[in-house]
Structures are given as C-alpha cells and as structure tokens.
Write a protein that binds this ligand. Structure first.
Ligand code: ADP
Ligand code: MG
Length: 140
C-alpha cells in the first residue's frame, strides 16, 4: 500500500533571483512528487525568524534570516511516497560543495548559506512547516 506523505519545499531567494524556480518545480514533478500547493511570497523578518526559530542559537541565524528576506521565495507542498526523504535526496547536502552531482544544491547552490532550496527534515517537521505556510483551502 502506498502511503502518501507531505513535505515542505522552499525555493530560496538566490534560486528565484537566478530564474531557476521553474526548473526546480519541474524537477520535483519529473521525480514523481506531486505539487499540492505552491505560492510566491516575500517573507518578513519576523516570519523568517519564526520559521528558523530552531536555529536561533546558531551563529549563522542572523545571516540566514537576512538571506531569506532579501527577495521573494516560492513555498510548495510536495506529496509522494516517502516525500520527506525523497525531497532531501533531490536537494542534496546542505553545503553545495558536498552535495551529490545532479542534486538541486549541487546544480544551483552558491554556498552553505545560499543553497537554493529548503526541505523538511522529518514528517513531524513537515506538518509544522506546511501549516506555517498554507491553510487547508490552499491544498489540492
Ligand atoms: P538543511 O537546510 O540542509 O536542513 P540546516 O537545517 O542545518 O540545513 O540549516 C538551515 C539553513 O541554514 C541551511 O539550509 C543554510 O541555508 C543555513 N546554514 C546551515 N549551516 C550554515 C552555516 N554553517 N553557515 C551559514 N549558513 C548555514
Ligand atoms: Mg534543516
């Protein structure tokens, strides 16, 4: 039996500025992940701080918040069997220099901070993160 799972993907400001958002969404579709929800938005500083609150004590937190608010992003809910792990595989490692060839971060990331995409790291966090960005009325 196939148990569909949801995960949150963000196309970060660096990738949107490069004009590769469409390619990234196409990659998810070609990998068999279904787009349940999608919108373009520009995070406020308060929203970015809240989304990344788990990293508030990390030295990179303020820089990360500044980066994530420098321009618009896309937020997506992706659905598929094992979607959380599948998306993490498609994204590649946090540091694009260590990401496997052909992964989104290897293709489009510029550095450990400006790494093109976000993906939930567990089903529990996927639930929290999808609810952060989307209401039930925005999911199809
Ligand atoms: P991931 O996005 O792969 O789950 P983390 O949750 O550890 O990685 O970190 C969240 C985001 O913070 C990363 O995607 C990246 O943009 C940024 N980041 C992580 N580690 C560093 C670092 N050492 N220096 C600068 N930015 C970082
Ligand atoms: Mg993470």
């Amino acid at each position: 039996m196939i148990l569909p799972e949801l995960t949150l993907s963000l196309i970060k400001p660096d990738a949107v500025q490069k004009g590769v958002a469409g390619q990234i969404i196409g990659r998810f579709e070609s990998e068999g992940l279904r787009v349940v929800a999608c919108k373009k938005l520009w995070l406020t500083t308060a929203q970015a701080r809240a989304f990344y609150a788990v990293h508030a004590q990390r030295p990179f937190y303020e820089g990360l918040v500044a980066f994530m608010t420098e321009g618009p992003i896309y937020a997506l809910i992706l659905e598929g069997e094992g979607a959380v792990l599948r998306n993490r595989e498609i994204m590649g490692a946090t540091d694009p220099a260590k990401a496997a060839p052909g992964t989104l971060r290897a293709l489009f990331g510029d550095g450990i901070e400006r790494n093109a995409v976000h993906g939930s790291d567990s089903p529990e966090n996927a639930r929290i993160e999808t609810d952060f960005f989307f209401s039930q009325l925005e999911r199809f």
